[in-house]
Design a protein around this ligand. Structure first.
Ligand SMILES: C[S@@+](CC[C@H](N)C(=O)[O-])C[C@H]1O[C@@H](n2cnc3c(N)ncnc32)[C@H](O)[C@@H]1O
Length: 390
């Protein structure tokens, strides 16, 4: 597809989207109806739509409205793309740029203002308080794409050898600077899931920050380790692949269906994780990972819809669940055992503040380690804390 046809498709898809149905579903439906679009066209369309969703408010501001066409025009203006050329009325492309659109001008010179627009207004003071001097940098980075990252299964291969293996499948990778098991993908990301490195369990898709948080846990021989919010098992797989001691891994999730890929993934990685219906039957545990449901504010680059869908009620429900999960975890631990509490949030009220307040009120644990990561070129934003049962 020519660039202008891509633009027209982006406009059509954005006009179909109202946040009630997930954008991935809208994109799939669009692809079924428009079979002429090949996989590389679909990828370009998806990338552009996700770019626009990351910068939705500033695109509305620069484009003078919230229709698909306004959003695209705003995005092109903000990114200094020649508007006349992009909207030249060519076949299958967007209609010609009107004089009103051409003459609509707003001040785009204050970049701090533009960055701030792309954080929901009610969250700006909370994020400012939580991130201090890093606020502007974070607001800026959340508007950009994040790099695809892999976790190397160090049980099977070194990072350097994994880079060579990936190159055979035309995937260009380099060492991630933050995390000793992570690679950044510089090219060929669409080939990852059919590469021999992936199929044979040498690498997995996982953000470097998520891998770093998994490294907060120390494993000892015969430890019983429960991943209480396992989802697809990312954290327990990372821990199991990063240790040489014999530990026993268990996984649970309030939504059992979410764990459906764990067995395939652990088989590929060469580790064992037992799925549980009832976590109390195998208690007490030595270590519990609580990768809690949260605002996701540290990973809004990967899930830009999440940022616009979050509201005060949802945030307060997440915080209630986070407190409940920690107390449940304490009840399932042996005395002296550890919880590793993790969120992909940059909000203090889901992180330090939440655990500090809970520590004071419950008196059932103390904090022995913690780590915060802000969203950056090297990773998403995460918080992790190790809590010791007392
Ligand atoms: C951040 S995701 C976990 C991601 C996963 N650990 C990974 O690394 O791929 C949070 C998970 O917590 C689960 N969850 C939410 N409330 C829960 C609860 N009360 N008990 C257990 N799991 C819960 C959700 O179903 C979701 O899968």
């Amino acid at each position: 597809m020519k660039p202008n046809s891509i633009y027209q498709s982006v406009i059509e898809i954005l006009d179909l989207y109202s946040f009630e149905v997930k954008i991935e579903i809208i994109l799939k439906r669009w692809a079924v109806k428009n079979r002429f679009a090949g996989s590389s066209d679909r990828r370009k369309i998806r990338d552009l739509i996700f770019d626009i969703l990351r910068q939705k408010k500033s695109c509305e501001y620069a484009g003078g409205g919230s229709s698909g066409r306004n959003l695209l025009i705003g995005y092109l203006k903000l990114n200094n793309v020649d508007l006349k050329g992009a909207l030249d009325g060519s076949p299958h492309g967007p209609g010609k740029l009107t004089s009103i659109e051409r003459d609509f001008n707003v001040d785009l010179s204050d970049s701090d203002f533009i960055y701030k627009l792309d954080i929901p207004g009610w969250l700006v003071p909370i994020i400012k308080r939580s991130t201090g001097d890093d606020f502007s940098e974070i607001a800026k980075i959340l508007r950009t794409r994040s790099v695809t990252q892999l976790r190397v299964n160090l049980k099977k291969i070194s990072r350097e050898k994994a880079i060579v293996l990936l190159l055979k499948d035309k995937i260009l990778a380099e060492l991630n600077l933050l995390c000793s098991s992570a690679l950044d993908i510089l090219g060929g990301a669409p080939n990852i899931m059919r590469s021999s490195a992936y199929i044979n369990g040498f690498v997995e898709l996982q953000d470097a920050g998520s891998q770093l948080m998994s490294q907060l846990i120390t494993t000892n021989n015969n430890d019983k380790i429960l991943d209480l919010c396992a989802g697809a098992g990312g954290k327990s797989l990372a821990i199991a692949c990063n240790t040489n001691v014999l530990a026993h891994f268990y996984a649970a999730d309030v939504n059992y269906e979410r764990m459906k890929d764990i067995q395939t993934r652990s088989k590929r990685a060469g580790v064992k994780i037992r799925l549980l219906d009832d976590v109390s039957l195998t208690a007490p545990y030595d270590k519990i990972i609580i990768d809690a449901p949260c605002s996701g504010s540290g990973s809004w680059r990967r899930d830009p819809e999440g940022k616009w869908l979050l509201d005060k009620d949802k945030l307060s429900n997440y915080m209630k669940t986070q407190r409940k999960l920690i107390l449940q975890g304490i009840g399932l631990l042996r005395d002296g055992g550890h919880i590793v509490y993790i969120t992909c949030s940059i909000l203090d009220i889901e992180n330090e503040k939440l655990i500090n307040d809970l520590m004071i009120s419950s008196k059932s644990f103390k904090i022995i380690n913690k780590k915060s990561l802000i969203p950056s070129l090297d990773s998403d934003g995460f918080f992790g804390a190790v809590l010791k049962k007392i």
